[in-house]
Design a protein around this ligand. Structure first.
Ligand SMILES: C[S@@+](CC[C@H](N)C(=O)[O-])C[C@H]1O[C@@H](n2cnc3c(N)ncnc32)[C@H](O)[C@@H]1O
Length: 232
């Protein structure tokens, strides 16, 4: 009798353990699903929206020529630079139809930032708004129509990242207006310092002689970028 009771007791203990192990296993599987599914969905959503932006960028190159856009490799560099520096507050001088703005916005989507982009021409500004919408980045960009030299003084800093790509003979004006609004450690990038160097000599002189800026040059494409970091 005693042996029988002991056996019964042991069986119940083993059954209970098996049941508990079963529940633990189910709980672990559920936890993995709860973690993995939202991550997968987020990734799919972000690569889906990247695909939408890339499709529009390709479409713009084919259907909107003559907009003086940066090259695709330069757009990619702008996006990477935003992510690398963790920039959140970005300013672009010269939106045109929004090509470089979309690349910048793709970087800002990763850092949680926002772009203010300035354009003086109302037709190109309209195209830019349409392109931002089609690329799915409208919520990341505010476009201001007008002369950057009038708008920049109205903007509230500090900015982490400024991209200058408007009238070449006005680069020094943009620099003088924007620099006080850039935080220490912030970056001022200018386009066309290689292919249109003769038109921006005064700008290159200004950034390479300013003791508050450290400047390097990057050839991510045919235009060429200057990259000036504000030291103080
Ligand atoms: C080289 S395009 C910009 C290209 C654009 N960053 C891109 O890569 O897609 C220069 C733009 O600056 C605009 N622009 C020129 N002077 C300006 C000013 N003072 N204020 C604002 N925009 C200006 C022009 O109308 C033109 O659309």
């Amino acid at each position: 009798m005693r042996t029988g009771a002991a056996m019964n007791f042991l069986r119940r203990v083993v059954d209970h353990r098996r049941l508990r192990a079963g529940w633990q296993c189910r709980f672990r599987t559920l936890a993995v699903f709860l973690l993995v599914i939202p991550c997968g969905l987020l990734q799919a959503q972000s690569s889906g929206s990247d695909a939408r932006a890339q499709a529009r960028l390709n479409w713009m190159r084919e259907h909107q020529p003559g907009m003086w856009n940066v090259a695709p490799s330069e757009g990619q560099w702008l996006q990477d630079e935003i992510v690398r520096t963790g920039a959140k507050r970005a300013l672009e001088v010269g939106a045109s139809n929004g090509y470089s703005g979309i690349w910048i916005a793709l970087g800002l989507r990763e850092t949680g930032g926002h772009l203010i982009t300035l354009e003086i021409d109302s037709h190109r500004a309209q195209l830019a708004q349409q392109n931002f919408k089609a690329a799915g980045v409208s919520s990341l960009i505010t476009l201001r129509l007008g002369d950057a030299r009038k708008i920049i003084p109205q903007l509230q800093g500090p900015f982490d990242f400024v991209f200058i790509d408007a009238a070449k003979d006005q680069y020094v004006d943009y620099l003088q207006l924007a620099k006080p609004k850039v935080r220490v450690g912030g970056v001022i990038v200018a386009h066309n310092v290689t292919d249109l160097r003769s038109l921006v000599e005064d700008y290159i002189h200004a950034i390479t002689t300013d003791p508050e800026l450290t400047t390097t040059f990057v050839n991510a494409g045919p235009g060429g970028f200057s990259v000036s970091v504000k030291q103080k």
